[in-house]
Write a protein that binds this ligand. Structure first.
Ligand SMILES: Cc1cc2nc3c(=O)[nH]c(=O)nc-3n(C[C@H](O)[C@H](O)[C@H](O)COP(=O)(O)OP(=O)(O)OC[C@H]3O[C@@H](n4cnc5c(N)ncnc54)[C@H](O)[C@@H]3O)c2cc1C
Length: 389
């Protein structure tokens, strides 16, 4: 009989939390995930839905992140073929683009190298005759057009599939269940949470704070108080337009401020995103602003002047970025793991793409605080799918 209820309790059912639940259960630990709203109800349903290395991160020399993400992309394409699919990207280069054609070629060559020169890392330079095949893209002053491959997913479905895999490995889930406080004494955490039946308490050896943008708010609930990382919360919005889905993802520059914007096929329509604005509202009410919506519509109208920009849907999510001076787009995008006291590990930021590798790292950081258990599975080999019901 165990006197401590669980080895690991995870706070948050976004992609990072469910990833840790799966990795912990696969490593043989007794694990519980507590989610206050619904699985994938926050940032993990409001992403750009890309499983990618992050071509743009090469400009800020995040080579390690790109290599790792490309490795994860390959694993996910293999273990989740129904949820993660290769998709073509187009990068148009105009006379006034801030990146020249040779820079794009260099970036794509490096991307191919970091991706292991597999068939999916091949890229191509379009001939002028082929410009006409590009969904009605504005071709005035177009000086080059590149094609390369990355992958697209349904972020909600992927998150649910990883949770399903965790449950199959024996993890437990309580949802909706909100963690309201915790305290640490004698190497054991006592956690209090509230579900539909009222307040409850449980004990565990380790706590993983995977609460996304609430990360520091959750840390404040845990006694004794421990250190928190300084962050900026940055909002990113998308609009779903009533325009036919393009045949590829267009990676363009906003004509006004030259920021990268993606124009993507999504559910038979066109999804355009994202913005990067400092988040100042309440985390339980994240919505795109009128300005963000107008900005994204204007970018789409500029590149596809003959298509409609009526809005079907608009959504926004909040990124957790390390606090620093300068542009948000230049901040590191890798997940930061912060062990603020023994057995209390918080996840800051990161990518949907890297969830599995991050989760494996979390487990190796916590191993010394946990009892010995016998591993059951390898997450790099477990197939991901949604149950049919
Ligand atoms: C606009 C945008 C676009 C992006 N696009 C991409 C992309 O294309 N590809 C990519 O790889 N990455 C992308 N990312 C990054 C990726 O989406 C995020 O890194 C990821 O979704 C974060 O997941 P998470 O689990 O950390 O947080 P979340 O998904 O926000 O999950 C945190 C969960 O914690 C729960 N919670 C909070 N407090 C409590 C509590 N007290 N008790 C219980 N539960 C609690 C919340 O309800 C929530 O469900 C994007 C991010 C943004 C913002």
């Amino acid at each position: 009989m165990n006197s401590v209820d669980y080895d690991i309790v995870i706070i948050g059912g976004g992609i990072q939390g469910v990833g840790v639940a799966q990795a912990a259960a696969a490593a043989g630990y007794r694990v519980l995930l507590l989610e206050k709203q619904a699985i994938a109800s926050a940032t993990s349903s409001r992403s750009s839905k890309l499983i990618h290395g992050g071509l743009r991160y090469l400009e800020t020399a995040q080579f390690g992140l790109v290599r790792k993400a490309l490795r994860e992309r390959a694993i996910l394409l293999h273990i989740a073929p129904d949820l993660v699919r290769p998709i073509v990207f187009h990068i148009p280069v105009y006379k006034n683009s801030s990146r020249k054609s040779w820079q794009i070629r260099l970036g794509l060559s490096l991307y191919a190298l970091l991706g292991g020169l597999t068939p999916l890392t091949r890229f191509k330079h379009f001939s002028r005759a082929e410009y006409l095949l590009c969904d009605g893209l504005q071709t005035d002053e177009l000086s080059a057009l590149y094609r390369y491959w990355d992958a697209q997913t349904d972020d909600v479905a992927l998150t649910r599939a990883v949770m399903h895999s965790a449950l199959e490995l024996g993890a437990k889930l309580r949802c909706p269940a909100e963690v309201i406080s915790a305290c640490h004494a004698d190497n054991i955490y006592q956690l209090r949470y509230r579900d539909k039946n009222g307040e409850k308490q449980l004990s565990c050896h380790a706590v993983v704070n995977a609460s996304g943008p609430w990360v520091n708010a959750v840390l404040k609930k845990i006694a004794p108080q421990s250190s928190r990382l300084a962050v900026d919360l940055v909002q990113g919005a998308h609009v779903l337009l009533d325009a036919p889905a393009p045949s590829a993802i267009y990676y363009v520059e906003a004509p006004t401020d030259k920021r990268a914007v993606l124009i993507m096929p999504w559910q038979g329509k066109t999804l355009v995103g994202t913005t990067e604005t400092r988040f100042q509202g309440q985390l339980d009410m994240i919505r795109p602003t009128e300005e963000e919506i107008r900005y994204l519509q204007a970018v789409y109208r500029y590149y596809f002047p003959h298509r409609g920009t009526n809005i079907i849907d608009a959504f926004a999510g909040v990124r957790v970025l390390p606090k620093a001076e300068g542009r948000f787009s230049n901040r590191p995008r890798d997940t930061l793991l912060h062990m603020s006291s023994p057995g209390l590990l918080s996840l800051y930021g990161g990518k949907l793409t890297g969830y599995r590798a991050t989760a494996e790292q979390v487990i190796s950081h916590l191993r010394s605080c946990l009892p010995k258990r016998k591993a059951k599975a390898n997450t790099a080999k477990l197939k991901l799918y949604l149950p049919s019901d």
